[in-house]
Design a binder for this molecule. Structure first.
Ligand code: GN1
Ligand code: MG
Length: 366
């Protein structure tokens, strides 16, 4: 198997025991490799970065190097006096000292350390879990907040720029495939109508940047609940993983994304749309965990745009899934024929639920 040949290129002691698919990412191919020596075992995460999504994969590795170097140094200090051991995976280099390896097809592979005795969940488990998830994101954003944006490359141009996803949707709509899918699916027509009614709202954050009310900072980019690790022993959050999408952005995209993921107890792959709703108790928990650290860097304008962040992120992901469905499933990996359409419906239902609870959410935001 190709992945096992690649695993041996990285600088890990011992003999290769196994390389198996791991996790449930929608983009990259992820494996867990196990190596054994006479007296120990080392596990690490091996990934092939999808070129269709990351056209410049070396950018993400450069960002990962910058961020992990800064964070590991800070964490050494923080952990001396903290209530937990905060962690962050590190890059495992190749045998010749590189941060990544190119295979014969020109695909970039990288290895990162395994955070042991910690678990992640695809769906939120409890208000405590939501609180810890918010805390982990706030802690991470605070750690990276003083990295100058010009030290970070763009992993994906236009990432979390909502109007760009609208343009991608408009492009997809011009194709015969999209027209055929729309003609045959009432659900697809529903998605389009829902999105069209919110077209103007999609520019909220671009306008705020133009007005100078919000500015770019280092962000994680993909802080969904499945990327937050929880210590198996204590139930406390220990780290955030999946550092691919670190790049200059708005912290609102991060907290908005964590909230859309954490406050939908039915999860992104909910089968029954009636089970999808925005849970304000979970929101109270994640927001309070997040603010434990975010209060140190949040400005008045950051607060002002919080509700819009909570509303826009599920809408944005709904647009992304829907546009990909109409384009023939070229970006997100799918497990069945209408997977992207179903995913879009879940996110749009969540966005609708946020809108219906605006008063309550604003009250929690204070
Ligand atoms: C993708 O690959 P994964 O599962 O970490 C996507 C995120 C979405 C997420 C939804 C690079 O993340 O933006 O929020 O799916 N990543 C990229 O599950 O587009
Ligand atoms: Mg990701």
């Amino acid at each position: 198997m190709r992945a096992s040949l690649i695993a041996k290129q990285f600088s890990v002691a011992g003999h290769l025991v196994s390389v198996e698919p791991f996790g449930s990412g929608n983009v990259n191919d992820t494996y867990r490799a196990i190596f054994r020596t006479t007296f120990s075992e080392e596990r690490f995460i091996l990934q092939r970065v999808r070129r269709a999504v990351f056209p410049n994969p070396e950018n993400i590795m450069r960002n990962m190097r910058v961020v992990t170097d800064v964070c590991h140094q800070k964490l050494e200090e923080v952990n001396m006096s903290s209530d937990r051991i905060w962690q962050l995976p590190k890059i495992i280099q190749t045998r010749d000292g590189q941060d990544f390896y190119y295979d014969g097809d020109g695909d970039l592979w990288r290895a990162i350390s395994n955070i042991a005795s910690a678990v992640s969940y695809e769906k939120v488990q409890s208000p405590d879990h939501a609180y810890e998830s918010g805390m982990v994101l706030g802690h991470f954003q605070k750690l990276i907040s003083d990295i100058p944006c010009d030290q970070l490359s763009y992993a994906i141009e236009g990432f979390h720029i909502t109007p760009i996803y609208l343009s991608q949707l408009d492009e997809a709509l011009k194709t015969p495939l999209a027209q055929e899918l729309l003609e045959h699916s009432r659900e697809a027509r529903y998605c389009l109508k829902f999105i069209e009614a919110r077209r103007e709202f999609c520019s909220t954050f671009e306008n705020a940047k133009k007005l100078g009310e919000l500015s770019l900072r280092p962000t994680h980019g993909d802080p969904k609940v499945g990327n937050i690790l929880i210590d198996e022993k204590t139930g406390k959050g220990t780290c955030i993983v999946d550092l691919d999408t670190i790049q200059p952005g708005l912290v609102h995209a991060d907290i908005g994304d964590a909230v859309r993921s954490c406050c939908n107890p039915a999860g992104e792959d909910a089968i029954d749309l009636h089970s999808v709703f925005f849970d304000t108790e979970l929101f109270t928990a994640i927001y309070s965990g997040y603010m434990t650290y975010a209060k140190d860097f949040f400005t008045e304008n950051d607060h002002k745009y919080m509700f819009d962040a909570i509303r826009i992120l599920p809408l944005e992901l709904g647009i992304r899934f829907f546009a990909d469905y109409l384009a023939g499933d070229v970006y997100f990996k799918t497990r069945y024929k209408e997977h992207n359409l179903k995913r879009a419906l879940v996110q749009l239902k969540l966005a609708e639920s946020v809108e219906a609870r605006e008063g309550k959410i604003r009250k929690i935001l204070g």
